[in-house]
Design a protein around this ligand. Structure first.
Ligand code: SME
Length: 155
């Protein structure tokens, strides 16, 4: 389970008002380091024109740089227009295994103020069933800060 403290830590990093990329990197690092079970934490940026997602800032093993529409858990979350927790990625048809050690995953959609999609937060864990409902909810809360900073990154 992710520590509750994460939300306040992310808030204080966000409130430093230093450059967006500096805050974003530290927030993602904090998330990556928040549990020994997290093996990947980062962003994919959404290209409105092509519907493709491109790799953004992250912590973890090198990952695929391009995710075409409807591909993987990320494409599925976008198609469904909702945040997705996958308890067992090995049972998810079409899961894209950037790190073969990943066993569960949570994808949170990131939006601009007008509601349009700008990217996703993707977090992977080493064990099945890592992300409980409270964890998805916590990731949704911290995504409110992450999406404001993501809006400053040019694709
Ligand atoms: N597993 C994702 C791809 C991104 S990596 O996990 C970093 C997916 O199936 O969409």
């Amino acid at each position: 389970m992710l520590p509750d403290l994460l939300k306040e830590q992310v808030r204080s990093l966000y409130e430093t008002n230093l450059p967006a990329i500096s805050r974003l990197e530290n927030i993602l690092c904090l998330l990556f380091e928040s549990s020994g079970q997290i093996n990947w934490a980062g962003l994919y940026l959404y290209d409105q024109k092509s519907g493709t997602c491109y790799l953004g800032p992250f912590f973890g093993k090198p990952a695929c740089m391009e995710i075409k529409p409807s591909k993987g858990v990320i494409g599925y979350a976008i198609d469904q227009n909702r945040n997705i927790t996958v308890a067992d990625v090995l049972s998810f048809p079409g899961h894209i295994a950037c790190d073969a050690a990943s066993r569960s995953e949570c994808v949170i959609l990131l939006r601009k103020k007008d509601g349009s999609l700008i990217g996703v937060l993707d977090v992977d864990a080493l064990c099945e069933n890592f992300f409980l409902a409270e964890d998805q909810s916590l990731l949704e809360d911290i995504s409110k800060f992450i999406e404001k900073l993501t809006g400053c990154i040019i694709l």
